[in-house]
Design a protein. Structure first.
Length: 628
């Protein structure tokens, strides 16, 4: 354990000379604002870490002249007497300005000069590293550091909760590994949720599909008799034979034979004429089709290029407007002036020159960064406009070339169409005319021969059509019956599928329930293990999102109130002390603890460490009291 017995400073920040006698006890340091309470903690932090209590290495630790430069000839000294494991140690650190510029820092341990590396190695040996010192010396540091680092530290202290521990808390959760296997729990959860969504969608669709099919099988007739089909076929065969008998007398059959031979000759002559025509017109037609395809492709290509130009032009218009806004922002930022920060906004007292200069430096740095960012964005936009403008010009050239090719194709197409029109169509030959005349004569004779048998043929035809109608009706009834049978089979398949899907849905929901229960149990065990180490504060290690998933976090709480939102100063201080007590046990290390705003706390959480309370009062000068 480390305890401070005395602190001595000379020319440190705004305090010329200061001595604090602590004798290893808790100390209360009283004073109004700007009397130097925080300066004492900065001095101790600078000796231990080379930085102030806020972790800043570039703070102004030496008195400054009117040019905000360290005053030449003055030495800044911080000396601390402390007790480390019942052994007294004196540490001293001195800083002075060089005439040529820059600073010189010297170090002593128990009056013996030491190199900077030796001094740091000794400091690290008694306080750990810089981050450990800040965690154990500042009551607010751990609670305000990034949550990821807090979480990592707490899990390192408490240890991860093993899956065996989760299963031990609830034996039902052992079944999780029956279906998770080698996959991660999160991956299994994602897979099951995706499958659950698919199953619900499929199950919900089945009733509507069944209802639609059931409508199709309403009012379907019974299966027709197969013997009736045989009877109708027999009647149809007899009716066709009767019709053939009427039509096929000897003279009519001979005339029909001649007519058939004439039709074959006419078809042959027409085919020969058509082939001759194709031999002269075919190449022209093929070329026209090829050019029409080329014309269509060129039209589409020109349209695509024009669309590309239009899109690039719109993007250029947007970028040009954005550059104009950036130009206005640049001019406005250039004209901005630093605010008047020469006095404290709370009390109205003049601020130290180093704080004024620091505020001015921050303003100019921020202004330069904004101007640089605006300039960079403008250059990026300008480069994009230039590149797209170049592409637009190139694309316009491509459109011009394509239109030239289209013009040539159109002209060639027009010439070929004229050539096709000029090609003569085939004319009937004398032989073909004679064949057509003979055909007309024979058809006339057949027609005249039919007149005598028209009544008998009409009667036979009506009988034949009636039988064919009955046969068609039988086939339609059979088709409807077969379709209905197939539909009923499909309905049965869907109902069976619904049953299977519901069974799988139940299994998936059961698995998701177990996974969710497993994760929740693991979260609870981890939080219980961590929070069981603390007496005052608690930590929320996970949060539940709107979709039900669990996300890691590390929120600091006190009686359910978040540290960063709504927690009063007293509770924050005691939460910080509780954290220091637990982490000090883990590190096996105790260092003096600084508590700011101590005036807001009526009762402090007890810890095994020396505490230095910084308390705001109306005292115009610092008052130091050793506590029993």
């Amino acid at each position: 354990m480390i305890k401070i017995t005395a602190i001595t400073t000379q020319n440190f920040k705004g305090i010329k000379d200061l001595k604090v006698d602590a004798d290893g006890r808790d100390v209360a340091i009283f004073g109004a604002n700007a009397t130097g309470k925080s300066t004492i903690s900065d001095a101790v932090s600078w000796l231990f870490t080379g930085k102030d209590a806020q972790g800043r290495a570039d703070f102004a630790l030496m008195p400054l002249d009117k040019n905000n430069s360290p005053i030449s000839g003055l030495e800044t000294v911080v000396e601390i007497d402390l007790s480390h494991n019942d052994k007294n140690i004196t540490l001293k650190k001195l800083c002075r300005a060089k005439k040529a510029g820059g600073l010189i820092t010297e170090h002593w341990i128990d009056g013996v000069p030491k190199k900077a590396t030796e001094f740091k190695a000794f400091i690290d040996s008694i306080i750990g590293n810089e981050e450990t010192y800040r965690i154990l010396s500042d009551s607010t540091h751990f609670a305000t550091m990034p949550w990821q680092l807090r979480r990592e530290s707490l899990i390192d202290i408490a240890g991860e909760v093993s899956d065996d521990a989760v299963i031990a808390a609830d034996e039902d959760l052992a079944h999780v590994y029956d279906f998770v296997g080698d996959k991660k729990l999160d991956d299994s959860m994602a897979i099951l949720k995706s499958r659950l969504k698919e199953l619900k969608k499929e199950v919900e669709s089945i009733p509507a599909r069944v209802a639609e099919l059931e409508v199709q099988v309403e009012d379907i007739p019974a299966e027709p008799d197969g013997k009736e089909l045989d009877r109708l076929k027999s009647k149809l065969e007899q009716a066709n034979a009767a019709m053939d008998g009427i039509r096929n007398n000897e003279d009519t059959a001979k005339l029909r034979q001649e007519l058939s031979e004439l039709n074959a000759k006419i078809a042959e002559r027409n085919s020969q004429a058509h082939t001759a025509t194709l031999s002269s017109r075919g190449p022209i037609i093929d070329k026209i089709k090829s050019l029409q395809t080329d014309s269509m492709h060129l039209d589409r290509h020109i349209s695509d290029l024009a669309g590309r130009i239009e899109a690039d032009q719109k993007r250029n218009d947007i970028a040009t407007e954005a550059m104009a806004k950036l130009r206005d922002n640049y001019i406005g930022e250039q004209a901005s002036k630093p605010p008047d920060d020469s006095s404290c906004h709370a009390c109205g007292q003049p601020l130290p020159q180093d704080q004024i200069q620091a505020a001015l430096d921050r303003f100019h740095q921020g202004k330069a960064e904004k101007l640089k960012r605006i300039n960079t964005e403008g250059k990026t936009l300008k480069a994009g406009v230039d590149a797209r403008t170049k592409d637009i010009l190139a694309t316009q050239g491509k459109i011009k070339d394509a239109r030239g090719r289209l013009k040539d194709v159109t002209a060639e197409l027009a010439e070929l169409e004229k050539s096709l029109e000029a090609t003569p169509s085939p004319k009937p030959t004398p032989e073909l005319k004679a064949l057509e005349q003979e055909k007309a004569r024979i058809e006339g004779m057949i027609s005249a021969g039919k007149n005598g048998t028209a009544i008998r043929e009409q009667t036979a035809r009506e009988n034949l059509e009636e039988i064919e109608g009955q046969l068609l009706a039988w086939k339609q009834q059979k088709a409807e019956f077969d379709a209905a049978t197939k539909t009923r089979s499909r309905i049965a398949e869907l109902l069976a599928q619904e049953k299977t899907l519901n069974a799988e849905l139940e299994q998936v929901e059961r698995k998701l329930y177990l996974l969710d229960k497993f994760t929740t149990q693991k979260v609870k065990l981890l939080e219980d293990r961590i929070n069981g180490m603390f007496a005052f504060g608690q930590f929320k290690m996970f949060k539940t999102l709107v979709n039900g998933s669990i996300q890691p976090c590390c929120d600091v709480l006190c009686e359910g109130v978040p540290y960063e939102k709504g927690l009063n100063t007293a509770a924050r201080v005691n939460v910080g002390l509780d954290i220091i007590q637990v982490l000090g046990n883990h590190f096996g290390l105790r260092v003096p603890v600084w508590v700011d705003n101590a005036e807001s706390v009526n009762e402090f959480h007890k810890i095994d460490a020396q505490i230095l309370y910084l308390t705001v009062t109306d005292d115009p000068e610092l008052v130091v009291c050793k506590l029993s």
